[in-house]
Design a protein around this ligand. Sequence first.
Ligand SMILES: N[C@@H](CCC(=O)N[C@@H](CS)C(=O)NCC(=O)O)C(=O)O
Length: 210
Amino acid sequence: MTKLYACLGSGNCFKPWLAMHQLGHPFEVVLIDVLKGEQKSPEYLAINPLGVVPHLQTDTGQGIGESNAMLWYLAEGSYLMPTTREARAEALQWMYFEQSKLEPFISPARFFTTILPDQREARAADIKTWQASADIGLSRLDAHLENREFMLDTGYSIADIATFGYVHVLEEAGLNMADYPAIAHWVNSVAQTKGFRPLAELGQAESKAA
Ligand SMILES: N[C@@H](CCC(=O)N[C@@H](CS)C(=O)NCC(=O)O)C(=O)O
């Protein structure tokens, strides 16, 4: 059985979790509490020496790191994988964009704004810097999504799931969805795709303790 090692509330963990739900891929979630440091425990490091989540263990026991690599693995041969060579390259382009221009800024701003609000004041200057950097990527994404329903003209794909992971919770990072109308429209389109499940449900039904 495929196992997804994940923590609650994480946009990166959400990506393979959503893809497996949408594909009907059977799996179980093993919850790792990163706030308690469980990702650095000897037991977990024996499974994933990188000491982060998500981590996907396939049916054959192979471990896969990086949420977007998991999407690539899971989507192979499915409707979530673009079918032309050009569209696959474009999917990869946006998946790198997500990991370099969006996630590194939205994720920490959200962490210190919403997940650890006690530290919001102490990290106010960093949060402002992260928000300004996120805005550059989000503005580029908003321009791309104008007059498009999904990231690629070929339809809903792993490029959408990768980008959606953190972008749909940008308000939890103190950013304003109203500033990005095309992104707001796209978020709504993704939420209506077949088998969609919200981030709040990650780990609710299919989890077991580590
Ligand atoms: N680029 C990686 C990011 C992995 C990552 O940094 N995960 C965070 C949670 S979202 C984590 O495990 N943080 C705890 C730590 O670094 O110790 C991915 O997309 O999977």
